[in-house]
Design a protein around this ligand. Structure first.
Ligand SMILES: [Zn+2]
Length: 332
């Protein structure tokens, strides 16, 4: 069971923690830091599973003790998971207060209590301050696992109270081998997925298993059609408005990065989106770099406001961006 969650590129971190655990030197709080989608969450879960088990074996939790039964059934009282109520929203102070009450009031099942908080950078000032109380006095056999994609956004007082473990992105060979084996993909397909996910294998697997790849395909076809004046901006915005908007912005951004690299570094082919080679070559050849950077800035602004606002006008937002995109390759 640990094997499914424990990815081979994290073996050194795992071994180190096991050694600490065996000599009763585990800290009260670990900050698991690294890029999104490299497997930190699985690592945290694997560690929780091991610590909760009453009869762990050398290879991990036994899978059949009372504690393992509770965990597998999905309601172990000593395993608490805290995430924002919606993607991009903060972890609220009330959520941390409930956690404090829970840690104070519940009886332990005779082993560890484990809290997995993700992403820890979603703590706002009040919830981070509330969490400090737990970090100062967590109680016996309690471990907080803060899974963090952007440790720089975490309050220094939180960071300094955790033992930090850094998780690097696996090498392209490791990531590709894992993805190919996991999803039964050929090398080229696995590499393409990894390029779209900055080399993060778990993110690549999620992408493959979702309908996002289909959305990407439609987005790319639409953008190419727009450059050829085959489709109206309003119609395209209406179609894209049903997609995952943040993901669309990321993909649009990755196209721009490819174009910028092709122009500035004089690369003959795109790095991230080789399947869109002819479209990107055409834009790179004709587009004014000031316009490309202006669009990239605009995307970044929209990303930020999307994270802050509840209900942006998706149609308007997309129309503005698509107009700028269609203008890229237009002769002036
Ligand atoms: Zn067990």
């Amino acid at each position: 069971m640990v094997a499914d969650l424990l990815h081979p590129w994290f073996t050194p971190q795992w071994e180190r923690l096991l050694t600490q655990h065996r000599s009763n030197r585990l800290p009260h709080a670990l900050l698991l830091s690294g890029a999104q989608g490299v497997g930190k969450h699985d690592f945290a879960q694997a560690l929780a599973n091991l610590l909760l088990c009453h009869q762990p074996t050398a290879s991990g939790p036994c899978g059949h003790c009372h504690s393992c039964d509770l965990r597998i059934a999905g309601h172990h009282p000593d395993l608490v998971s805290i995430t924002p109520e919606a993607i991009g929203k903060p972890i609220k102070v009330d959520q941390v207060r409930v956690l404090i009450d829970h840690l104070h009031s519940t009886a332990q099942q005779g082993g560890y209590r484990v809290v997995i908080m993700e992403p820890a950078e979603a703590l706002n000032i009040s919830s981070a301050n509330a969490l400090l109380k737990i970090l100062e006095e967590p109680g016996d056999n309690t471990l907080l696992l803060l899974v963090c994609h952007q440790p720089g956004q975490l309050m220094p007082t939180i960071r300094s109270r955790c033992q930090r473990i850094d998780f690097v992105t696996p090498t392209p060979e490791q990531a590709q081998a894992w993805l190919s084996e996991n999803l039964g993909l050929d090398t080229e397909k696995a590499q393409q997925l990894l390029r779209l996910c900055h080399g993060a294998p778990l993110k690549a697997r999620r992408l493959y298993e979702s309908d996002l790849l289909e959305q990407r395909k439609k987005l790319m076809t639409g953008l190419a059609d727009l450059l050829r004046d085959r489709v109206a901006v309003t119609d395209l915005a209406l179609q894209f408005g049903k997609f995952d908007l943040l993901q669309c912005l990321d993909w649009l951004n990755s196209l721009l990065s490819d174009i910028i690299r092709m122009q500035l570094a004089n690369l003959p082919e795109p790095v991230v989106n080789p399947d869109m080679k002819s479209m990107l070559q055409a834009v790179a050849k004709r587009a004014d770099s000031a316009k490309i950077f202006a669009l990239a800035d605009r995307i970044q602004e929209e990303r930020v406001s999307l994270m802050l606002r509840h209900n942006p006008n998706r149609q308007l937002l997309l129309e503005r961006l698509l107009l700028l995109w269609s203008d890229l390759a237009r002769k002036t």
